[in-house]
Design a protein around this ligand. Structure first.
Ligand code: NIG
Ligand code: FE
Length: 410
């Protein structure tokens, strides 16, 4: 057993389900707290200086007054890739659009070339370093999408790398197949034919080999239409996968409406989502997965998080880590922007980064809160609470990280 004691404040959302509306801002706060862990599982939380009854040989970890939250969950990344795309920033600053760069063969397609060129081992070791870095930033679980292969061989290659990472790294990992991320050069000008290929060849193989839990699609003007996205997602659903959708990142094309209609677990980005889109997310109980660092890198507006919360949409905040529109995997920066630009409260922000994020990847029963029975994933912070954590920017505020009951950082 492990006892973490001398915690000045322990703050956590409560439950196994995503929290929406006012409930998103309700965190349980334990002052002068301690947590007892049995193996990988939390067995008790005590407050006001009390210590849960524990056997004499219990190991003790002195938190030395740290602020403690559940380990953070990054519910949206594209973490397995080759290369970077820093050369796009001058183009963007001169006015080139994200989709314009993609349509001229750059953007995602640039990364597809660089990812296809790498073998599994090279992709694996690069991604391994990113996972280590996430842990150091207080993130203990991550979702990872494919989508830089865009053919059977290379999508499966990326997904096999994700599976190996999941098997071997301390981090909990959830895989998403995003073969419908862009139209590869072999299918240039034949988007419908590529959608057929995704539905008839890639997704059935991915399902057969259990390479992904979720399917995602980039529903955007100039990429995949609402109808094409629907076809991909309905195929994935019939194959037993959960649904996600990159919706309304640039235009309000109808991705949020589609997410609501199909009952997707989450809709991502939602920068341009209109009132009808917000209503559809609310009615369909779709989690809004918001990615504020991408707004920053694309010089775009910020999603309407406050209206979403007021209108009963559960909001999750993630990084979108990828080599183009968000080269940062520091989820603390997403917290800063959620507070400053989305105007979410520190409590709403914590729920967004923990329980709602865990629910967005189907792990709310096991992760996302500090309660008896949940997995012992905890982050100890050099701060006195969420308010300071959301306020300070650019410094890694992690003091230590406990993953499955073991100290992995600190
Ligand atoms: O979520 N929008 C599509 N996909 C990613 C970016 C991927 C890339 O630019 O490489 C996103 O922003
Ligand atoms: Fe993304």
């Amino acid at each position: 057993m492990l006892l973490i004691h001398n915690i000045s404040l322990l703050q956590t959302p409560v439950g196994n389900e995503s929290l929406r509306g006012e409930a998103q801002g309700e965190n349980r706060k334990y002052r002068n707290a301690s947590v007892l862990i049995d193996g990988e599982t939390i067995c008790a939380v005590a407050e006001n200086g009390a210590i849960p009854p524990c056997p004499p040989d219990t190991m003790r970890l002195d938190a030395r007054g740290a602020f403690v939250t559940p380990g953070w969950v990054d519910a949206h990344t594209h973490l397995v890739f080759g290369g970077w795309r820093q050369h796009e920033i001058p183009l963007k600053l001169r006015g080139a659009g994200y989709i314009e760069i993609l349509q001229s063969g750059g953007g995602i397609l640039d990364t597809v070339r660089q990812t296809r060129a790498l073998g599994e081992d090279a992709l694996f070791s690069r991604a391994w370093g990113f996972l280590d870095e996430q842990l150091r930033f207080g993130v203990t679980t991550t979702e990872i999408k494919s989508g830089y292969g865009l053919d059977l061989e290379n999508e499966c290659k990326q997904l096999r790398v994700i599976r190996r990472l999941k098997d071997e790294h301390a981090m909990d990992i959830v895989a998403t197949c995003m073969a419908a991320h862009a139209v590869p050069p072999e299918f240039a000008g034949r988007t419908e034919a590529y959608v057929d290929y995704v539905c008839e060849i890639i997704l059935p193989r991915v399902a057969k080999e259990h390479l992904a839990h979720y399917c995602d699609v980039f529903c955007e003007t100039g990429v995949f239409s609402v109808e094409q996205s629907r076809r991909v997602l309905e195929t994935a659903r019939a194959l037993g996968m959960g649904l996600k959708i990159h919706a309304d990142e640039i235009d309000a094309l109808g991705g949020a409406l589609l997410a609501g209609e199909l009952g997707a677990v989450s809709a991502e980005h939602l920068i341009a989502t209109d009132d009808a889109g917000i209503s559809a997310l609310s009615a369909g109980h779709v989690i809004a997965c918001l990615l504020p660092q991408t707004s920053l890198y694309l010089n775009k507006g910020f999603a309407r998080a406050r209206e979403m919360i007021v209108r009963n949409v559960a909001v999750c905040v993630a990084s979108d880590f990828n080599p183009g529109s968000c080269p940062s995997l520091n989820l603390q920066l997403s917290a800063n922007l959620a507070y400053l630009r989305y105007r979410m409260t520190p409590e709403e922000t914590l729920t967004a980064l923990t329980l709602n994020a865990a629910c967005a990847i189907g792990l709310g029963n096991r992760l996302g809160s500090i309660e008896p029975g949940k997995q012992a994933d905890l982050t100890l912070w050099n701060a006195d609470g969420m308010e300071l954590l959301c306020y300070r920017m650019g410094t890694n505020q992690v003091k230590a990280v406990v993953k499955r009951g073991k100290v992995v950082v600190g």
